[in-house]
Design a protein around this ligand. Structure first.
Ligand code: ATP
Length: 581
């Protein structure tokens, strides 16, 4: 029987899988959820100085207290409100870490966003709009499961792009300082949500103040900066940004570990319109002897983006990032972009940037739409507590099911501790015959890049790969669960290591949280959480490497007796489309 995919309702259901029977089927491609925007519970974010917006009001108005009765009623009211709020945001076992009182205002901004179904409805220069649509259509994943081809005509703004561009474009050329925080679920197109306003800003500067532009265009300066936490993200963001060089005549440049000072200087001399780098590198500008006036070079930077802002402003990065921003004296737009709002990040923002204006979508802190989440209990027979056996069988089953027909399959495995990576790789490759590579912060930049590149590009058609090695594998018994469209692949005698056949057609990457942030694993349909992530924040980022932008994806989370109580909460969260807290 052809495996057609789950029904719409069951796509979002989480299933607890018995270890002997792993369920395989990619969820059908999800559509955009209703594009709506929310006002976040980032109390201090409200009240931006320059842009009009409503203030966040976490509690309904309480009438002026008058005597004991009123006080008691008010107290009860407040209790009920608090209860309703905690019920709304599901608390995942001992998890937490995320800002809880995310308050969705679906009605006001939501309706506005629902109306935006086309880039033409947004205030963007036509040349910028056309160029960016073209880039998206080339970068965005081809939908494998049907014959729809991406062309710039059928590219529409994602909800976060619609709302961010709409809001930022209103006062784009106002000379006053403007701070925005863009936050939306993983894989929702946040890069373009800040890049389109940034590029529109640069091009409008050129067109609207031609005299000024004439004096600046030959100068040694930088006009905008995108800061990211890792070199992988420098490469990824630059890959997109650099496509504007030819189509829009911009000079973009990435400054990473491999860049020589000479190269950097040469590019600065010819004007850098968009610089992509890390905060540490930017601070380096002040210690390069060849550069006599770094302050002058930065004096014309008008647009700054902090991508993965929650990482860049967490305890270990804060000082560096804040120092880097402080070195840029004339910022006009400062944008913070993030998929999660951890409590600590929220507090930092309240303290350092209390006037920032939030731009968010209602799916923030929810797991991706169209995700198929499976929980595998390694404590049960036949694994009997061996997580590695459970992992090996999961991988075997992934490589043998009939998903992703005609394309190579890839799977990213996340572990909590980097010390576990070498052992897992060794066991998977030597004992179970997998084709796995491991990545930790100990790898050099070059090693990391070599290992990760095959996962960042679209899956290759099998016809382009060399024929797989023959493997002495037993036939896979296929079963169907009555009254469902679930197909089960069952291994004969799966409790014995010896019978698990060698399998090389699946490409496996084992990584730590380092690779969980922001990386656009194009078309990776399978993520395995070898360890239960320690916080909701980690869970969201790791899960978010699959099911990106309308693409289905599966997550297999391995649990044991220690972690199973936490895992129990997840089915409810996903089924009810709840937000993690
Ligand atoms: N309007 C659009 N239509 C279709 N695809 C798009 C659109 N905008 C962006 N994309 C594609 O969606 C994918 C995910 O985008 P992006 O990496 O910006 O997500 P993100 O929200 O930054 O994710 P993360 O939170 O993990 O960093 C990319 O492959 C990008 O090319």
């Amino acid at each position: 029987m052809v495996n057609n995919g789950f029904s719409a309702a069951s796509q979002l259901e989480t299933k607890l899988i018995s270890p002997m029977a792993l369920v395989f089927n990619l969820a059908a491609l999800p559509r955009w959820s209703s594009p709506v925007v929310l006002r976040m519970g980032l109390r201090s974010y409200a009240g931006g100085p320059r842009t009009k917006h409503k203030k966040f009001s976490p509690q309904p108005p309480v009438p002026a207290s008058n005597g004991n009765k009123n006080r008691k009623q008010n107290k009860r009211g407040r209790k009920n409100d608090a209860k309703a709020k905690t019920e709304q945001a599901f608390n995942f076992g001992q998890y937490g870490g995320l800002k809880k009182d995310v308050d969705v205002d679906v009605n006001t901004t939501g309706k506005l966003i629902q109306k935006i179904s086309n880039f033409d409805q947004l205030l963007i220069l036509p040349s910028v709009r056309d160029a960016m649509k073209e880039i998206i259509s080339k970068e965005s994943l081809k939908i494998q499961d049907n014959n729809t081809k991406n062309t710039s005509e059928n590219i529409i703004p994602s909800p976060i792009q619609a709302v961010a561009i709409k809001k930022i474009s209103k006062t784009l050329m106002s000379p006053k300082l403007q701070l925005h925080a863009i936050a939306a679920e993983t894989g929702s197109g946040k890069t373009m949500a800040y890049l389109i306003p940034l590029i529109d800003y640069l091009k409008r500067q050129e067109l609207e103040t031609p005299e000024l532009w004439e004096t600046l265009k030959e100068k040694a300066l930088i006009r905008s900066i995108i800061l990211v936490p890792t070199h992988e993200l420098v490469d990824q963001v630059y890959e997109t940004v650099s496509k504007t060089n030819s189509s829009l005549g911009l000079n973009s440049f990435k400054w990473d570990k491999t860049t020589s000072y000479r190269d950097l200087l040469d590019h600065i001399k010819n004007r850098i319109d968009i610089l992509v780098t890390t905060p540490a590198k930017l601070l380096n500008l002040f210690s390069i002897r060849m550069i006599s006036r770094p302050d002058k070079i930065l004096s014309k930077v008008g647009f700054v983006v902090l991508d993965e802002a929650d990482t860049l402003l967490d305890r270990s990065w804060l000082e560096e990032t804040h120092s880097a921003i402080k070195k840029i004296p004339n910022i006009n737009h400062l944008i913070f972009c993030s998929a999660t709002i951890p409590q600590e990040f929220n507090k930092t923002m309240q303290r350092l940037f209390p006037t920032v204006v939030p731009i968010m979508t209602p799916r923030l802190h929810k797991l991706p739409f169209g995700l198929d989440f499976k929980v595998i209990n390694s404590a049960l027979s036949p694994f009997k507590g061996s997580k590695i056996k459970a992992l090996a069988q999961t991988l075997y089953a992934i490589s043998n099911d009939d998903t992703e027909p005609g394309f190579e399959k890839r799977c990213v495995i996340f572990v909590n501790e980097k010390k576990d990576v070498p052992e897992i790789i060794d066991t998977l490759n030597s004992k179970f015959g997998h084709n796995a590579v491991g990545l930790t912060g100990d790898d050099t930049t070059e090693e990391r890049s070599e290992k990760i590149t095959p996962f960042l590009s679209s899956p290759r058609p099998i016809s382009q790969l060399r024929p797989p090695e023959p493997s002495p594998e037993p036939p896979l018994k296929r079963l169907e669960i009555p009254d469902s469209n679930i197909v089960i692949g069952e291994l004969k005698k799966a409790n014995s290591d010896a019978i698990i056949p060698k399998k090389k057609s699946l490409h496996v990457l084992v990584a730590t949280d380092l690779m969980a942030r922001g990386l656009n694993f194009k078309g990776v349909r399978n993520v395995v959480l070898y360890d239960v992530p320690k916080t909701s924040i980690d869970l969201i980022h790791r899960v978010g490497r699959t099911a990106r932008m309308k693409q289905g994806g599966r997550v297999f989370m391995l649990i044991d007796n220690r972690t199973k109580s936490w895992a129990k909460a997840l089915p409810k969260i996903i089924k009810k489309h709840q937000r993690l807290s």
